[in-house]
Design a protein around this ligand. Sequence first.
Ligand code: SF4
Ligand code: SF4
Length: 468
Amino acid sequence: MASIPVFNSIALGDNPAHEASPVQKAALTAFGLGLLAALVALFSDLGAAYPILMLSLVGALVIGGPLVYFWDEYRHRPPGIKNDGIMFSSNMARGLVGWTLGIVLTGGYVLLYWFPATLDGLIRVVDPLSYTLTGNPANQWFLYGTIYTVAVVVMGVRAILKYRHSRYQIIRTLSVMFFQLFLAFLIPQLLVLFNQPEFYFSYFWPLKYDYLWPGTIDYLTDASALGYFMAFWGAAMIFVATPILTYFFGKRWYCSWVCGCGGLAETAGDPYRHLSDKSLGAWKVERWMIHSVLVFVVVTTALLWINSATEGGVFGGLSQSFSKWYGFGIGLVFSGVVGVGFYPLMGSRVWCRFGCPMAAILGMQQRLFSRFRITTNGGQCISCGNCSTYCEMGIDVRWYAQRGQSIIRSSCVGCGICSAVCPRGVLSLENGPREGRFGAPTLNLIKDLDILDAPGIDGPAERPTARV
Ligand code: SF4
Ligand code: SF4
């Protein structure tokens, strides 16, 4: 008798839930064992007693497990986002796993900032790496930098495998991996090894808020000749390079290609990008919050310089209070605890969208005088909504696409995912002439139908040609 096939689902389409392969199960087991080894180190002296053994064990399992898993996962799947049951995922749809991860992440930040002694067992595990790079034992910031960099690199490999059909995504992901690994991790540590100030060449004021504060400038210029260059670099990047690069490329040159916060969002935060709030209310809150933070850091910086120039005669206590509260409220709580801890609950760009003063400056420049825009070939749009769903900045991209209107939004970080997930090739990230950027919607079905796209009928819509 012929056997009757058994289906797990009565859905007409393919069942979105899929079974992990034996390779994936082995990789997940390895990752779980790595986390277990890290937990054992946290609550014991094993890290201090056998640092090289523990570092090798934890590192191999925690890095190797996910890499094998992603390789096996994506080599069997077509590239890109396929809406394959993502909203049924406990991890990616604010289910039990997502909430648990959010609590663990926020809890980890609280321990890191305010109770670092509780992490000592784990800090000792990275001692061998710290001695190699800096010549000193590790502290909580070295542990944090190591975990952060590993997350960007490992999840960056995942992003490259996932978006392998898009050259833009591959190069952009390689870029954030490079800047995090070298400029935000290895070079600052090596500077310490050579008795130079620990300096992050890929972070600028006001994101790295104290890089233009008088205390930091004094510290750098007192340290060495290289310190003078660092102080000059910090000022030149925000006041000279930033407007020029934003004019040519929009804010994407920084937010999606260089910045460490953006790098983490684009890699480790990618599974959660669809959780960003797209409502009008969220947009209103976003505008108020991000510009308030910008005002806060500008006022704080001005007060500190006035205080420094008058040697404490004016705004002495006030400037200290401002800087203290900015460092605590924005630098620690908002950018760290909320900014990363809330990935599984509010999407991957909570900090970039609602709090980052650097994003606020770049956004104003992008909207007012940049050549960057996303053009839309509206006649091809089938209103599937992929673009809006996966926009991590909460922009309703489909609204523009349906009208054939270019997208010029100060919040757009130019990640390009909307374009990468569009099944109809409607969206193009372009750097064109500024003239006509804010033109009326260009939707014209005659123009958008290739079959009629012939001289004498109605020529093709004018489009900027420079594509990046
Ligand atoms: S509109 Fe597109 S490029 Fe801009 S942030 Fe959203 S997904 Fe990224
Ligand atoms: S622009 Fe593309 S992804 Fe967005 S709604 Fe239209 S067809 Fe779908």
